[in-house]
Design a protein around this ligand. Structure first.
Ligand code: GDP
Length: 202
């Protein structure tokens, strides 16, 4: 199972703008600046696919990409990667946050072929209230979650181990072992691809 192509498909803020078709979907969610765009680009090996930004909280649309994977038998499988807007950005007001939740909830509860939500947490920090709230909401709605601990290259090996345990314990509801990821070094990419393969070929 190898990802061989990634292409931007569409952006949406309302269900009638979601791309038509019966693709399986893998979504990515996390606080602004957690490294989501970098992780998506690194996963797809496509440098300019998702926008990496120094100003957090900018992407306010749901962005859809079509990924093509080559399977062991040389067949190909297309699926959607869905980049959800970042949450928890301090400078956006209450109204903005409500808007965010409504529109994300709409997507997450609607999407019939959503196979996995990768929730990104910065490995250096204890998960924040917003991370915990989002996680609780996902698991309460029986959505399958994979925790990704981002920016693993910023810590030593032993710190990565320690923080992974902290993150696993905070998010024990989802029974997901966090995958430590570095978009700079490519650490964790094989594990993530494998998690995606498992849910798509189930
Ligand atoms: P987003 O707002 O969640 O999409 O985050 P970005 O991908 O735009 O990244 C936010 C900042 O963190 C940028 O300055 C990135 O260069 C940096 N960053 C993201 N991922 C990594 C990583 O794995 N390692 C390191 N060292 N920096 C990262």
């Amino acid at each position: 199972f190898t990802i061989i192509q990634a292409k931007y498909l569409a952006s949406a803020v309302r269900p009638d703008q979601y791309p038509a078709g019966d693709w399986q979907e893998i979504s990515f969610i996390g606080r602004s600046n957690v490294g989501k765009s970098s992780l998506i680009n690194s996963l797809c090996r496509h440098h300019g696919l998702a926008r990496v930004s120094g100003t957090p909280g900018k992407t306010q649309t749901i962005n859809f990409y079509v990924l093509t994977a080559k399977l062991a038998d040389e067949k190909r499988l297309d699926f959607l990667l869905v980049d959800l807007p970042g949450y928890g950005y301090a400078r956006t007001g209450q109204a903005n946050r409500r808007q965010w939740s409504r529109f994300i909830e709409e997507y997450l509860l609607y999407s019939p072929r959503l196979r996995l939500i990768c929730q990104l947490i910065d490995i250096r920090h204890h998960p924040m209230d917003s991370d915990i709230m989002v996680h609780q909401w996902l698991t309460e709605n029986n959505l399958p979650v994979q925790i990704m601990a981002t920016k693993a290259d910023k810590l030593s090996r032993s710190q990565v181990k320690k923080q992974s345990t902290v993150i696993r314990d905070v998010f024990s509801q989802s029974n997901s072992n966090p995958i430590a990821y570095s978009s700079v070094q490519g650490t964790g990419r094989d594990e993530l691809v494998d998690a995606i393969r498992k849910v798509l070929l189930k």
